[in-house]
Design a protein around this ligand. Sequence first.
Ligand SMILES: Cc1cc2nc3c(=O)[nH]c(=O)nc-3n(C[C@H](O)[C@H](O)[C@H](O)COP(=O)(O)O)c2cc1C
Length: 380
Amino acid sequence: MPRNTPGSTRVATEPIFTPYQLGTLTLPNRIVMSPMTRARTTSEGRVPLPIEAVYYAQRASAGLILTGGIYVSRQAVGSINVPGLYTAEQVEGWKAVTSAVHTMGGRIFAQLGHSGSVSHPDLLDGAMPTGPSPINPLQKMFTPIGMKDTITPRALTNTEIKEIVKDYGTAAKNAKEAGFDGVELHGANTYLIPQFLNLALNRRTDEYGGSPENRARFLFEVLEEIATVWDKNRIGVKLSPTLHGVGAFVASEESLPTYHHIAERLNAFTPAYLHLLRAINDVSNSPLAVLQANALQHYRSIFIGTIIGNGGFDQAQANATLKEDDADLISFARLFISNPDLVERFSDGSPLSPSDPQTYYRGGQEGFTDYPRRVASGLS
Ligand SMILES: Cc1cc2nc3c(=O)[nH]c(=O)nc-3n(C[C@H](O)[C@H](O)[C@H](O)COP(=O)(O)O)c2cc1C
């Protein structure tokens, strides 16, 4: 019996294989590749390398690919070997990536990010990292001479904040020129946007601090700036409302109201989607306890647009979540590292390969483009 017979049945019955209309973009399935920084950009000037085009093209059967975080400016840098989208050379490098993905029939959004205080002078030509307030985010940094602890940053001035908003707009314009199908604003984990959202990191007393509205002001100014370049149905937002206990990033009584406010306001903005990290750690004894069981359902009742669910999903959970209508799409990160043909493996029940965390951020091909496709129905 041909190996793809069971696959045909799965494709016919499982929600993850149904197409999805994302604005004007038709996704052939609901399996999204979640953004992953892979630190392979060893080039001078943070220009993506040909090997990165190969990596993304290998994964083009995903309904949608989201790149790893891309720096929107020189000041946004927070790691070695991570690419940018603020120079003409970088735009050219990304053109090779988008064209390789499109040639393979895929769709790809650029994830735009700024490290803010989660950086180090060794990564910024000696300049101080900047953030909403002079509070050490207590993270570990990949610097040219090894891992280092973050330091206490300098607080951004009001004028500097406006300049950073413009930098996102420029990077968004560059993403369009580079041939991306859209952009995802990186508002998750420990990046600059969550630094503004988190009360522990943002002690400002101006219009960017204090109330949920004020702490979310930067996020919405960035979104509006990006919307001067892209149709809103090509702008996604990734948030991690469940983040707690990562260095100085701790949740407070303000966290839930802040994300509630954002989800409501996004209804008016009408982005392409809201990409949400559900609780993958124990937050049951924190102010986020209500999000422990089903963060996606929680935000589904507030946000009326497309939701991408993320965080430790396997195939069965993804199908169940779609069936329950708690999300419209499901993103997978680690599974896509070691299974470039994740969609095909899901479809014919081929076993999944485990990924090696030792090579997540290590340079070169190993653990990047050398995970084989499955040996199954001759599709490799
Ligand atoms: C190696 C690695 C790099 C990551 N880099 C990013 C990133 O650049 N931007 C981002 O939003 N999330 C990043 N993440 C988080 C993933 O997108 C995802 O939210 C997380 O891994 C949970 O999904 P999973 O359980 O399917 O792996 C990264 C995860 C991994 C494993």
